[in-house]
Design a protein around this ligand. Sequence first.
Ligand code: NAD
Ligand code: NAG
Length: 447
Amino acid sequence: MASPPDTSKTAKLERCNNYLRRVNSAKIISASSRLLFRASILATVALILLFTLHYPPLLLLSHYSANAAARSSHRSLLSSDVTYGGAAWEREVRSSATPRRPSGLTVLVTGAAGFVGTHCSLALKKRGDGVVGLDNFNSYYDPSLKRARQSLLSRHGVLVVDGDINDTPLLTKLLDVVPFSHVLHLAAQAGVRYAMRNPQSYVTSNVAGLVALLEVAAKHADPQPAIVWASSSSVYGLNTATPFSELHRTDRPASLYAATKKAGEAIAHTYNHIYGLSITGLRFFTVYGPWGRPDMAYFSFTNNILRGKPITLFRVQDGTAVQRDFTYIDDVVKGCLGALDTAERSTGSGGKKRGPAQLRVYNLGNTSPVPVAKMVGILEELLGKKAKKHVVTLPQNGDVPYTHANVSMAERDLGYRATTDLATGLKKFVRWYVEYYDRKSKKEASA
Ligand SMILES: NC(=O)c1ccc[n+]([C@@H]2O[C@H](COP(=O)([O-])OP(=O)(O)OC[C@H]3O[C@@H](n4cnc5c(N)ncnc54)[C@H](O)[C@@H]3O)[C@@H](O)[C@H]2O)c1
Ligand SMILES: *[C@@H]1O[C@H](CO)[C@@H](O)[C@H](O)[C@H]1NC(C)=O
C-alpha cells in the first residue's frame, strides 16, 4: 500500500518539467509580446511619418466627403500644437502679418493660394501691408499650382497657413496671435458645373465655412476685423436686365454655386446686423489672367488648343452667342484693395449705440461682354494654332448665357476702373502659361 516512491518522483519530475516548459513558453510569449509591442510602436511611428509626409494628398482625398472639411484637417487628428501654435509658428505668422508702412493694413487672406488670393496677397504685401494667408490646398484643381503660388508668396514674405476655414480653433488662434484689421475672404468652392458632381463641397466651404469665419470674426473683440469677401456675378442668375446692377434682382440663382453665394450675401447681412461686422461683398465677373484657374474656359481652352484636343463651345437655344464680361485680374485686385481701403471699422455688438456697421455689395466687372467664340479667336492668334471647335447647345447645368457688369457704384465708392481689354489680358495670360508649363516640364524631366 506504500505508494511507489518512483511514481511520485516521476510525477514531481513531470511537474518540474511542466513548470519549466511553462516558464519557457511564458518567457517566449513575453519576449515575443515585447517584440510585438516594439514592432507596433515602430509601425505607428512609421505610419505617422508617412501620414505627415503624404498629408496633402490624404487630406485632399477626404476633403470632399460631406462635412469632412473640418474633420479632415490633420490638425484635429494630431494634437493641435504639432502643426500650428508654438513659438516658432507664431513668430512666422507675426512676421508675415507685420505691415512695412505706417498705418498699413493687417490682412488675413483666405484662399490665398488661389488665383485671386495670390494676386491680392502680393499686391498688399508690395505696398507695405501685412498679410497672412490661409488655404486648404484642396484638389478641385491641380494642387501643385496652388503650391507654386504658395512658394511665390513665400518668396515675397507672405506665409500661407495650410488649414481650413471650418477649423474654428485655428481661426481663433490666428486672430489671437495677430490683431488683423481686415479679413479678405476669398476661400470658396468655385466653379458652376462642378456643383452637379459635388454639391456638398459648396455647402461646406461657401456656407458652413463662411459662417465659421464670420462667427470667429464677430466674437473677436479688439479688434473686430472688417470683412471683404468674394460673392459672384452668378447671383444675377436668370436676371435679364442689363448691364447687371446691384439694384437688380438676385433671387433666381441658376446653379448651386450661385445659390451659395447668394446665401453668403444673406448671411453677411445677418452678421452685420447682429454683431456690427463691417462687411463688403464683391461680385466678381469672370476673372482671368496669369496664375489663373485651370477649370476656367480660357485656361482649359489654351491647354487643349496647344495639345490639338477639341474644345466645347456653347450656343444659346435661340442661336445667340454666349458672352462673358471677362475681367482682368489686375483690375479685380485694384477693386479688392479699394474695398479694403474704404472699409469702415466693425462697430461690435453694441452696433445700435455706436451706429450701424457698414454693409456693401459691389460689382467688379469689365463692362464689355465678349462672345466666348471671340475669346477663342484671340487665343488662336496668340498661340498660333487653330482650335478644334465642338459647338453644342448650352445645357441647363448652371451657366448663364450672358454677363455684363454695371460698375458705376464701385467707380464711385472704391475708385474702381477696369482698364485691361481682353486681348491685352489674354496676351499676359498666355505669356505666363507658356513660361510656367515650360519650366514645370523641364523640372519634371530633370527630377
Ligand atoms: N475667378 C472668377 O472668375 C470668380 C468669379 C466670381 C467669384 N469668384 C470668387 O472669388 C474667390 C476666389 O476665386 P478664385 O478664382 O481665386 O478661385 P480659387 O479656387 O483659385 O481660389 C480659392 C482658394 O480657396 C481655397 N479653399 C477652398 N475651400 C477652402 C476651405 N474650406 N478652407 C480653406 N481654403 C479653401 C482653395 O484651395 C483655393 O486655393 C472665390 O470665392 C470665388 O468663388 C471668382
Ligand atoms: C448703372 O447703375 C447706376 C446705378 O448704380 C445707374 O444710375 C445707371 O443708369 C446704370 N447704367 C446703365 C447703363 O444702366
